[in-house]
Design a protein around this ligand. Structure first.
Ligand code: HAM
Length: 433
């Protein structure tokens, strides 16, 4: 292997650099604020769990478990997996720490990386980031609507235009009968379907509904709809869910083909999509997963939640909100000469203690290159420190938004920096400095 090949990230992985991360941090802060208002509290679970936790919860026949997990044997020969999602981990943590003790629901949220060895395509990463929320302990549709309302209110605050798609995937009582019907029809239509659909007809018939292959579409449209084959309880649940959505004034579209790529869902399943995302248009996916805890050996508990792709959300943030995430430097200290450099360091220390974001060119370039750096750092003010300033104890403070300048003592500089700022028009040139 040559040295050069070590200087690249692995396929599907990427570095997130400071300029880009300001958007991420802006979304993360908005998430914490919004979710906090709904009573959700953060949970952090390990990035690695026992392979069996995901295999059993997500389902052996799913794409995720079948071909996308990063699974290894550790030093003791135990099979471990980098988490492809976090719902199973949250349910495990809930049971492990007996969080069901006490009354009411438990509302948890998480932010962090997930890992799936996906085929390379736009909008899909092998290390990607999710913001997710889970509510444990209630089977009421009002919980579903409150949780959906929370994510929609976050998205509308971020001015991201989306559409809510909902469905019911039934339960362990009505779904098997529906799948029988589906299988019978799929057998009849087999010769018209793609290879994946034919395989899934046997292994995971519901997933056929999710096929995107053009030539399959007319046949899939003929298949029975799950919403016509729900048991009475599931049907009542779905009615009540829609009623609560309407009461909350949340527009939605019923999508009978929405089945999701994980096996643990019962009853309500939903997605939030964006037309601006192209083929990978799903921004949020979620649903109800009553019974998942028991599958993992835990107590019976109802669950509902969602996860949102942060990588995708970042792409949708409208540029006109940028002033809310651009990181500004309050003061850049430009220095000329060795003595001025020492004074600049001293002053920066004092201004930072006062709470200002200060920066200095420690590499010590010309005034021109220091001002270029000030510009790149989005500085609001530059303080110029030269021999004259050292002699008089008054420094030249340039306001970069209106190009005004004042000669001030350090205490006056602090007062000036505390004044409200206007827009940023770039750093001045060194002429006349
Ligand atoms: P999911 O549909 O597999 O659900 O993923 C949720 C979201 O994560 C997707 O809608 C998408 O935005 C994002 N996502 C998934 N894979 C990738 C990828 N390779 N690259 C970029 N973004 C991706 C779950 O993970 C469930 N745990 C959701 C849930 C929580 N259900 C109940 N509670």
């Amino acid at each position: 292997m040559t040295q050069e090949t070590l200087l690249y990230t692995l396929p599907g992985m990427r570095d997130l650099l400071p300029d880009e991360l300001t958007r991420w941090q802006f979304i993360e802060q908005a998430t914490r604020d919004t979710f906090g208002r709904y009573g959700f509290r953060e949970i952090r679970t390990p990035l690695i769990e026992a392979t069996e936790l995901f295999a059993r919860s997500i389902g052996q026949e799913t794409d995720i478990v079948g071909k996308e997990m990063y699974t290894f044997l550790d030093q003791s020969g135990k099979s471990i997996t980098l988490r492809p999602e976090a719902t199973a981990s949250v349910v495990r943590a809930y049971a492990q720490h007996a969080m069901y003790r006490g009354s009411g629901t438990t509302k948890l949220y998480y932010l962090g990386p997930m890992f799936r060895h996906e085929k390379k395509q736009k909008g899909r990463w092998r290390q990607f980031y999710q913001i997710g929320a889970e509510v444990l302990g209630s089977d009421h549709p009002a919980v579903e609507v409150e949780t959906i309302e929370m994510v929609i209110s976050l998205l509308s605050m971020l001015e991201v235009k989306v559409q809510l798609l909902v469905n019911s995937v039934g339960c362990s009582r009505c779904r098997p009968q529906y799948i029988e019907l589906l299988r019978a029809d799929l057998q009849r239509l087999a010769e018209h379907l793609c290879e994946d659909c034919r395989r899934r007809s046997v292994t995971n018939a519901l997933r056929v509904l999710d096929c995107k292959v053009e030539s399959c579409q007319p046949y899939i449209e003929q298949l029975p709809r799950i919403t016509d084959h729900l048991c009475e309880e599931c049907s009542t649940h779905f009615d009540l869910f829609r009623k609560h959505l309407t009461m909350a004034a949340i527009p939605f579209e019923i999508t009978p083909r929405l089945v999701r790529g994980l096996d643990y869902y019962v009853r309500t399943a939903f997605e939030i999509v964006s037309v601006d995302l192209g083929a990978q248009n799903a921004l949020v996916g979620g649903g109800r997963y009553d019974g998942l805890s028991e599958v993992l050996g835990g107590p019976p508990v109802s669950g509902f939640g969602f996860a949102m792709g942060l990588d995708r959300l970042v792409m949708l943030l409208p540029e006109h909100l940028s002033s809310r995430w651009v990181e500004a430097t309050d003061l850049f200290l430009a220095h000329m000469g060795e003595r001025a450099f020492g004074r600049a360091l001293e002053l920066a220390r004092a201004f930072r203690r006062e709470g200002f974001r200060c920066n200095i060119d420690l590499a010590g370039g010309s005034l021109k290159s220091q001002l270029r750096l000030a510009n790149r750092l989005n500085a609001r003010h530059v303080l110029i420190i030269g021999e004259d300033e050292l002699a008089s104890g008054r420094y030249l403070l340039k306001n970069l938004s209106d190009s005004s300048q004042l000669r001030l003592e350090p205490a006056e500089v602090i007062r000036q920096l505390r004044m409200p700022v206007t827009g940023h028009h770039g750093a001045p040139s060194d002429e006349g400095a």
